[in-house]
Design a protein around this ligand. Structure first.
Ligand code: SF4
Length: 329
């Protein structure tokens, strides 16, 4: 796999009056060229902070460190603000759950889309901007694009707003698109259409996607690889089919079992995930999932499991370490 992104031991901490919040606490992953990696987990597990760390779009209180943060061949951990700004858009773009938070309500679509073309190609003619704007809206499936350029965001439906947001993100031809819960605010039919669109655009543009979601149902429709995140750590990662057929980490198993209509649990006894995610100010000793894990044993609350490799899958769980005869990576 030709790598576009390689993250090694990324940590993003926030200094607060209550103490240090360890939102992302030592994660490593790769994204291949043209690949979709889904980062999955419950809200508050560190997924969005991970993506904002890649974009370097974090408040001053954040401290980001990593052994390596290689983005398209550039070591990005020590980029200045200006360098990071140049990288955004050109290399990485992002779409959000609710397009109204990123579309400016007071400007027509034409101006917001045109700005991206002008930013990346100063001196471009008005006619060329118009032509490219119509082209890209057509590409993302907006009907009557020339007319739609003349309207304000609130005059569009939720599905069309998301398509316009995708068009704006793609106008700079990024190598990586980060899609943060891109369909959560949409109804099921529109959701499927937007996922199909992302898939098609990815193939046409040979772009990579980092999909951030809590929903394994969405993952199954679009991802090629999956990284499951819990309490600031990646607890399991591997190919989509392998993870779906045989989840190795109990948390992954529970997430998959909570998809309506899917029964993959051992003995069929797991259905919901009881309890809540731990407070990142005070993670529990040992395995962070232990207070909620139906398979937890003594060692789990005493000793943190190390990540091990099982046939190309990476997982952190004492059960798997025992399966491997106690070997720890
Ligand atoms: Fe459950 Fe123990 Fe594995 Fe953690 S290490 S997921 S508590 S079995």
């Amino acid at each position: 796999m030709e790598k576009l992104i390689e993250v090694k031991n990324l940590r993003t901490y926030f200094n607060t009056p209550e103490g240090v919040v360890r939102s992302v606490d030592g994660i490593s992953f790769e994204i291949g060229v043209g690949e979709t990696l889904a980062l999955v987990g419950e809200s508050g597990c560190g997924k969005t902070v991970t993506s904002l760390s890649l974009l370097r779009l974090l408040p001053e209180t954040a401290e980001v460190s990593a052994d390596s943060l290689d983005i398209a061949g550039i070591e990005s951990i020590d980029l200045t603000k200006e360098q990071a700004r140049a990288m955004r858009g050109k290399v990485i773009s992002m779409i959000f759950q609710e397009p109204m938070t990123s579309l400016n309500p007071v400007f027509k679509i034409e101006r917001q889309l045109g700005e991206v073309f002008r930013l990346h190609e100063p001196g471009i003619s008005k006619q060329e901007v118009f032509k490219r704007s119509v082209d890209i809206l057509q590409r993302v499936g907006v009907p009557n694009p020339a007319e739609r350029l003349k309207v304000y965001p609130h005059q569009l439906s939720g599905g069309l707003r998301q398509r316009v947001m995708i068009a704006i993100s793609l106008a700079s031809s990024p190598k990586l698109l980060i899609a943060d819960e891109p369909t959560t605010a949409l109804d099921v039919t529109i959701q499927a259409q937007i996922l199909d669109l992302l898939k098609r655009l990815q193939e046409e543009m040979h772009m990579s996607i980092l999909l951030i979601t809590h929903d394994f149902g969405v993952v199954s429709q679009i991802a090629s690889r999956v990284a499951v995140m819990y309490a600031g750590r990646i607890v399991e990662q591997g190919m989509l089919e392998d993870i779906f057929e045989n989840p190795l980490h109990p948390y992954t198993e529970l997430l998959i079992a909570s998809i309506p209509g899917i029964k993959v649990t051992r003995g069929g006894r797991l259905q919901t995930i009881s309890g809540t995610v731990p407070n990142p100010l005070h993670f529990p000793e040992g395995c962070r999932f232990a207070p909620r894990c139906p398979y937890a044993r003594d060692i789990c609350s005493r000793q943190e499991p190390q990540e091990i490799d099982i046939g190309g899958r990476r997982v952190s769980c004492h059960l798997r370490t025992e399966d491997k005869g106690g070997e720890q990576a």
